[in-house]
Write a protein of this length. Structure first.
Length: 210
């Protein structure tokens, strides 16, 4: 009888532990979902696309970013794409979207990710959320008062081609672009950023931005 009682107690304890674990995992999932809402979740709409390359323009982007997106669409629709101009434009757009924090909804609403190499995106987001984006307050209700940087101008001051080789990936016509930034107010954010890009089929993708 004592053995049976002990066994029952163990079973009950095990069931309780399983229930608690399930509740904790469910709570964690809900928390992450709520705290990882991006601008797309709260009303930003796709207003333009470049389907051949997978690029999209969302309604909450800045006027500067939108103007460059239109230039990018014009460049990419040409029969022979001006790759140097292509590299300049997406470098500028990635830098604008990454460092213009004023329109971001939280530390997880990372800008510029659509231009990042697919294999590097997860690490890029993780690093950004723990560095540049770490102290961004949530703005899901639009009432945030925190002062954040607004990018007012960008310029590609230098561009060069170089060879890229890492593991089984090689690109003899990779690009390195230097981008100069100007802000509405100097809050101590970078004024010059180096962007490095490689080819993935016909697309250029960023693998380094700092």
């Amino acid at each position: 009888m004592k053995k049976k009682r002990k066994l029952k107690k163990k079973v009950v304890v095990l069931i309780v532990l399983i229930i608690v674990l399930i509740m904790m995992l469910t709570g964690l999932f809900v928390y992450n979902r709520l705290h990882r809402q991006t601008s797309a979740d709260i009303g930003a709409k796709v207003v333009e696309k470049i389907p051949e390359y997978g690029y999209v323009l969302e309604s909450n982007k800045t006027k500067l970013y939108k103007s460059l997106f239109k230039k990018l669409a014009d460049v990419l629709k040409e029969e022979k794409v001006d790759e140097e101009e292509y590299a300049k434009l997406i470098s500028q757009m990635a830098v604008i979207d990454f460092y213009n924090l004023d329109n971001k909804t939280s530390k997880n609403d990372i800008g510029g990710t659509q231009f990042i190499r697919k294999q590097n995106v997860d690490n890029f987001i993780l690093q950004a959320s723990e560095t540049v984006y770490k102290y961004i307050e949530q703005n899901l209700d639009g009432k945030r008062t925190q002062e954040l940087p607004i990018v007012t101008a960008v310029e590609a001051t230098n561009i060069k081609q170089n060879k890229y080789s890492y593991k089984n990936v090689k690109d003899d016509k990779a690009y390195t672009v230097t981008i100069k930034l100007e802000y509405k107010k100097d809050l101590g954010y970078p004024k010059e950023v180096t962007v490095k890009l490689i080819h993935t089929d016909k697309k250029l993708e960023i693998y380094y931005m700092k």
